[in-house]
Design a protein around this ligand. Structure first.
Ligand code: ASP
Ligand code: MG
Length: 439
């Protein structure tokens, strides 16, 4: 059994709903996880915002905008009048329950109830469509099995037990359908797995049933080996190790969040990224296998600030780095890259909100200088230090580019550089030439 998750744009219109219906009805007896239609959760967040502020007019306007959108989708989606009637009735009950919140003092319990409606709407609309198409679909409500504990972590034992039971109760179904994102919390209230949480749902389910594969369907063709906006002729990466995927996630590569895929990784269930617009394409497979010696992808992140602290007090001293790190911690600013020498340390951050304060505090410990508008370039692949020649191949590609920092050896899967933003394109092109061209 596989888990197939479809994101908001994959169910973004009546046409897209039909595309998904055709993919899932031909794919076998699987569990399908749906997100809210794109834009819906944002509108629901907006409605909750109005309600907190007691702006009932704003809430009503946004509710009626959503209502119209769903009415349009329903008109277009179904062939049979009875399907339309069922879907309209369901939507009405949803929007009535949201509208009822305008009458009382608004609470966070109500907010979470409202946020859950997008996924509930998607699954109802899809179930109705599948029934119309003659598919025996069993809806397995997420609120009956997806649970988080008091610390907000998925309660995997409870998920596993309840889900197994629900699946066993409907052995004749052609496929199972559920909602991403939503869950019950330890107080039995409706809650959610945070924005974008449907991927997490899919991975938790995949781990719970020890699925054959977890498929994340979006509207992109897997992950590319370089930035297609800068480098011509990039190609999709067919296979990544979970660690490689995690390294790339920082670079905003359209890829799963590392914590999302953690359950899949621990359960050793492969995750495959697929494209709804091109369902036959192989996509990108992420699993626990490494491809010996392969360099997979290059990615870049802009708007990086590099901070250097130089101090002869660092020489032979202990505790110096701790003091430096504590300053960053006190401003809740994550450090990304770090390079040290005996008398200095350079670090990078991408959140520069407290840069001035951080620099001010660091001056207690040494001479501080800052380089702004920098860019981290990361090369991902099998970079085990026992392999020979990778560092020099990569560095050789950069021989004409001024490099501010180099970081290697932090993991077995990457080597990163800090360059000026203005040198980013040249760096990506040079790396592409050296690492991915076939001559
Ligand atoms: N609908 C939710 C969101 O927009 C969850 C998801 O799409 O993954 O954040
Ligand atoms: Mg998403």
């Amino acid at each position: 059994m596989k888990v197939l998750k479809f994101g908001g744009t994959s169910v973004g219109s009546a046409r897209r709903f039909r595309d998904v219906a055709s993919i899932i009805s031909g794919a076998g007896k699987n569990i399908v996880v749906l997100s809210a239609m794109s834009g819906t959760t944002n509108s629901l967040v907006e409605i909750a915002g109005y309600l907190y502020n007691q702006n009932f007019e704003g809430a009503r306007d946004t509710i009626s905008g959503l209502q119209k959108k769903y009415a349009g989708v329903i008109d277009e989606l179904y062939a049979k009048e009875e399907s339309k009637a069922a879907a309209r009735e369901y939507c009405e009950s949803v929007f009535d329950s949201i509208s009822a919140c305008t009458k009382e003092l608004f609470t966070d319990v109500q907010e979470r109830m409202i946020l859950a409606q997008g996924e509930l709407l998607s699954s109802f609309l899809m179930a109705t469509l599948l029934k119309e198409l003659g598919v025996r679909v069993q809806v397995v409500p997420a609120l009956s099995f997806m649970r988080i504990d008091a610390s907000g972590e998925p309660d995997s034992d409870a998920v596993k037990a309840s889900l197994r039971k629900l699946l066993d109760e409907a052995p004749d179904a052609d496929l199972y359908l559920t909602q991403g994102f939503i869950c019950l919390n330890a107080r039995e209230e409706i809650d959610n797995l945070k924005r974008g949480g449907s991927d997490y749902t899919a991975c938790i389910i995949g781990a719970a049933i020890q699925a054959e594969e977890i498929q994340i369907w979006t509207d992109i063709d897997g992950l590319h080996n370089n930035d297609p906006r800068i480098v011509k002729g990039t190609s999709a990466v067919r296979h990544l190790h979970f660690e490689e995927a995690a390294e790339l996630a920082y670079f905003g590569a359209k890829i799963l969040h590392p914590t999302c895929i953690l359950p899949a990784r621990y359960a050793n269930v492969p995750v495959r990224l697929l494209n709804t617009m091109d369902p036959q394409a192989p996509g990108t497979l992420i699993d626990n296998r490494a491809d010996a010696g392969a360099i997979k992808a290059v990615a870049a992140k802009d708007n990086i600030a590099a901070i250097k602290i130089k101090s002869s007090r660092m020489l032979l001293a202990h505790g110096f780095l701790r003091k430096v790190f504590e300053i960053f911690e006190s401003y809740r600013t994550p450090i990304d890259m770090i390079c040290t020498s005996e008398v200095g340390v350079s670090l990078t951050i991408d959140d520069t909100r407290y840069l001035n304060e951080i620099v001010h505090d660091l001056k207690k410990y040494g001479t501080v200088s800052v380089d702004l508008d920098m860019c981290i370039i990361c090369v991902v692949g099998d970079m085990d230090w026992n392999n020979r020649g990778y560092e020099s191949r990569v560095l050789d590609a950069l021989k004409d580019i001024p490099v501010r920092m180099v970081s290697y050896g932090g993991s077995n899967y990457n080597i990163s550089f800090l360059v000026r933003e203005e040198d980013k394109a040249a760096t990506l092109l040079a790396l592409s030439d050296k690492l991915f061209s076939n001559d």
